[in-house]
Design a protein. Structure first.
Length: 320
């Protein structure tokens, strides 16, 4: 009986171990809060989180030894509140100028801020009053806002909302994230009847926010980000989502092709010049040697004629 009980207990223990092994072998989970702003982070058609920062964080989490479970919130403020209340471990896509007092990692991506405006505002050179300017208070510094002369400022926490206001004529100009603007122009299918008047007004950096005093996790994430940027697929990931990076990649390829073509053409010209000079030198040497041979033959012919004359003269003297 005792042995029977032992066998039963061992069997139950092995069953529990076998059931637990797949779960216990999994990496720990990050609960990641995010707000939607394409192309950085949004919910795709299949209901799964997608975007540049999502792809980058998946790689960061893998390097840090974690998995990611994404939870969408309506706004960045709602994400921060979820982090403070323990509903989330991290906030993805935290703008460095947002003003939230949260520990942040090194940047995942940095984008340009530009001014997109209606034609009348663009032609004014931003010196006349009477204009309405929209901006995202989470990504725009106060000094940038005050540098624009406007009578009215429209505030939003979404770049997509600002573009809608601009399209509908509710504002005359907006400070926009260039990557968000380019992605909207490329994928919305709608005509953007406004122009970019400033190609690089400022820069906004997107990071990952942690809970206060979570220094160990912050160091782990920073190490993983550094590893990704140095030895990972960082440039390739960005090029998949950012139109300007794809254009830059093509320009780089074109530059390399142009440089290679120039080298080939230059090499051919150098070869042609050198070949021409070598041929000229050989021709000159051949002509010189030919002349030397001709002169030598002429000299030999004169010597032969002289010897023949001297031979005939000796013969006559002997006969006499």
């Amino acid at each position: 009986m005792k042995n029977g009980k032992t066998i039963i207990l061992l069997s139950i223990m092995f069953l529990l171990i076998g059931t637990c092994t797949p779960v216990c072998g999994q990496r720990p989970m990050f609960l990641v809060a995010f707000y939607e702003e394409a192309p950085y982070q949004f919910v795709g058609e299949n209901g799964v989180a997608a975007g540049l920062l999502i792809d980058l964080f998946d790689q960061v989490a893998e390097r840090a030894g974690y998995r990611a479970e994404y939870h969408r919130y309506a706004t960045l403020n709602a994400c921060v509140e979820a982090l403070e209340q323990g509903e989330a471990d991290l906030v993805l896509g935290m703008p460095s100028s947002s003003g939230h007092q949260m520990p942040e990692t090194a940047e995942l991506y940095a984008s340009k801020l530009v001014i997109a405006a209606s034609s009348s505002f663009a032609e004014s050179g931003r010196t006349n009053r009477g204009y309405r300017v929209g901006y995202n208070y989470q990504t725009t510094e106060d000094t940038i806002i005050y540098s624009l002369i406007a009578d009215r400022y429209i505030v939003s926490d979404r770049v997509s909302s600002l573009m809608e206001y601009l399209r509908e004529g509710q504002i005359d100009a907006a400070i926009l994230d260039k990557a968000v603007l380019d992605y909207a122009q490329e994928n919305s299918g709608q005509t953007m009847d406004f122009v970019v008047t400033n190609q690089h007004l400022d820069t906004v950096q997107y990071t990952i926010a942690c809970r206060p005093k979570d220094n160990s996790l912050l160091r782990t994430l920073n190490t993983a980000i550094l590893d990704l940027r140095i030895g990972g697929d960082y440039p390739e990931t960005i090029s998949r989502w950012i139109a300007e990076e794809r254009e830059r990649d093509w320009l780089t390829v074109l530059k390399w092709v142009s440089a290679a073509t120039a080298i080939l053409i230059g090499g051919f010209l150098i070869y042609s010049v050198i070949g021409y000079r070598v041929r000229r030198l050989l021709q000159e040497q051949i002509l010189e040697k030919t002349q030397e041979l001709t002169d030598t033959n002429s000299q030999l012919k004169r010597q032969m004629e002289q010897l023949q004359f001297e031979g005939k003269l000796r013969s006559r003297l002997i006969e006499n």
